[in-house]
Ligand binder design. Structure first.
Ligand code: ZN
Length: 570
């Protein structure tokens, strides 16, 4: 649930995995180095995510902390292996094949570079289009990635649960994969499915726990190592909320974006970061106003959640190393974790802003896009502070609004489950839109004074195309399309004669309010049909949008990080 717009092996256990392996085998059997093995435009695809050095301020860490970091980086590499399996069980064979041929074949070398960036053979910036044979429809990525049998349909899954209601909890759980066992469907816990990688990852976490002199970090790492073996992440999530260390470490299964079938399954990721204490202290004042922001939501009071846990720390950090779902395709600029609603009710959630990455994104793809999209009279309003401050509000907004609601049967249920595969889109769109609504609140209450409302709105609108370029298959990209189309329909964004767009400052504020209300009510009611109607009408790229995206095609879409501080080289 986390990522701002600029902002995700096995041991195959059962018979069905054979089906997955077979599929992978077919794909690789087609490889011969001849033309047609790869999409013809690998260079162009790589150019959309240029390698960019990401480094951190070494003075922030002492020698002991640097030793701990080295262990955490090693653990993270195992996490990356798990994520690759979660994307596709054919990944290990694909990577091995390309690695074996890269030295002799420039095409294989480029293909390898791109499968590393995309964590698989599907282009995350082009609607998950395959760029390794089989190309086209024959190589379509299964919606359920590697979490489900590749031929499993939504209907079959739901029919199984109709007949086997006792399986519901395990099947919908965040930490299981679904496999076929003969005619049956079974849920396999991550601790079993990914044991080969989780055991060494846990060992590295324990070594890091031995080394660290920080008690809260030691506690978190030990509990997280235990969780890898037990699939029970609750205690370690609580320990992570209590983490008070110069290092910020996220390692485990979190986000559900990769599961395009239902959004039930959590993907493994790792972030190893150093805390920027000065910046963190400056932004921490926002979190004291969460309850007021909840009260200020444009929705009826009866749906407001005034009982949430109060702890919602904000940390500004510099990335040292990332892996898995935290590194594929478009890079995360910020996140808000944990996702476990029980932990959120008890402790709130922690927002982590990845400042060195945000800076790189703004410089390379944020400002240049906004400068082309906005009316020339408004380009001078594009402002880094307006951009940077939207991010904590996007993240804070993930922590307010409806979470656990009363379902159709009168029982408490997470709105996430009712909104199914639409949840990620609706929640990300809500975080953007209601986030801006909350920045208005902060400005009106003098919490922020370093930019104007005009700067905020121009920067916000101008940078929507950053996300829309990611395509509507990505939750953030589709959420941005919903915003753009809603604002266009309400004349809050008006086309100019020279093909640019002018923000109507007053109408935009009204449109932010009306869209916020729609999104919040979809979540408050868990109304799948209403969410689908919104996404179907507005979460689309019409000809106008496609034309603008086309005109930006020479600009990079995002960056590919090269973690200099973890020993990577350009
Ligand atoms: Zn988000």
């Amino acid at each position: 649930m986390k990522k701002f717009l600029l902002p995700v092996t096995i041991l195959i256990l059962m018979t069905t995995v054979a089906a997955c392996k077979h599929e992978g085998g077919n794909a690789i059997a087609g490889h011969s180095g001849s033309s047609g093995e790869f999409a013809a435009d690998l260079d162009a695809r790589l150019a959309r995510l240029p390698k960019t050095a990401i480094d951190y301020d070494r003075a922030l860490l002492d020698d002991n902390q640097k030793e701990v970091v080295a262990k955490l980086v090693e653990a993270s590499r195992h996490i990356n292996d798990i994520f690759l399996l979660q994307v596709s069980e054919s990944n290990p064979a694909l990577f091995a094949d390309l690695e074996a041929r890269a030295a002799d074949s420039p095409d294989a070398a480029k293909g390898l570079e791109l499968v590393r960036v995309m964590a698989g053979k599907w282009d995350r910036l082009a609607g998950q289009e395959p760029f390794v044979a089989p190309l086209g429809a024959g190589g379509t990525k299964p919606a359920g990635a590697g979490f489900y049998p590749s031929d499993l349909t939504r209907e079959e899954f739901e029919a199984w649960l109709e007949e086997h209601p006792e399986d519901k909890e395990a099947f919908q759980g965040l930490f299981t994969v679904i496999r076929r066992d003969g005619d049956k469907l079974v849920a396999v816990p991550y601790s079993e499915a990914y044991k080969e990688h989780l055991e060494p990852a846990a060992a590295k976490l324990r070594e890091a726990a031995e080394l660290t002199k920080n008690a809260s970090l030691k506690d978190y790492l030990e509990k997280r190592a235990d969780a890898f073996m037990s699939d029970d992440y609750y205690d370690s999530d609580i320990a992570w909320m209590d983490l008070d260390s110069g290092l910020e470490v996220v390692i485990g299964p979190y986000e559900v974006y990769e599961d395009g079938l239902f959004g039930y399954k959590a993907a493994f990721e790792a972030y190893v970061c150093v805390v920027d204490k000065g910046e963190s202290d400056r932004l921490s004042i926002y979190k004291d106003h969460l309850l007021n922001m909840e009260k200020n939501l444009p929705m009826p009071d009866e749906h407001k959640n005034l009982e949430r846990g109060g702890e919602s720390p904000i940390k500004v950090v510099q990335e040292i190393f990332t892996a898995g779902d935290g590194r594929r395709g478009v890079q995360t600029a910020a996140f808000n974790l944990p996702n476990d609603e029980r932990v959120r009710e008890a402790k709130g959630s922690k927002k982590v802003l990845l400042k060195n990455v945000m800076q790189a994104k703004f410089d390379s793809t944020g400002k240049p896009i906004a400068e082309r999209v906005l009316a020339t009279s408004q380009t001078e309003l594009i402002n880094f502070d307006a951009f940077f401050n939207q991010v904590p509000f996007h993240e804070l907004t993930h922590g307010i609004g409806p979470g656990i609601i009363e379902g159709p049967d009168g029982n408490k249920v997470e709105t996430r489950l009712l909104l199914k595969e639409l949840y990620s889109v609706i929640e990300e769109c809500k975080a953007d839109t209601v986030g801006v609504w909350s920045v208005y609140y902060a400005m009106d209450n003098d919490l922020i004074s370093d930019f104007s409302r005009e700067q905020l709105q121009a920067t916000y609108v101008g940078l929507l195309y950053r996300s829309m370029r990611f395509g509507i298959d990505a939750a953030h990209g589709r959420g941005a399309a919903i915003q753009w189309n809603w604002y266009r329909e309400n004349n809050a964004i008006v086309a100019t004669d020279d093909g640019r767009f002018e923000v109507d400052m007053e109408k935009l504020k009204e449109a932010v309010k009306s869209l916020s209300e729609e999104l919040l009510m979809i979540e408050a009611l868990g109304d799948y049909e209403r969410g689908k109607a919104l996404a179907d009408k507005y979460g689309v790229q019409n000809d106008e949008i496609k034309g603008v995206i086309e005109s930006l095609s020479d600009l990079p879409t995002d960056i590919t990080p090269v973690f200099v501080g973890a020993g990577e080289t350009m």
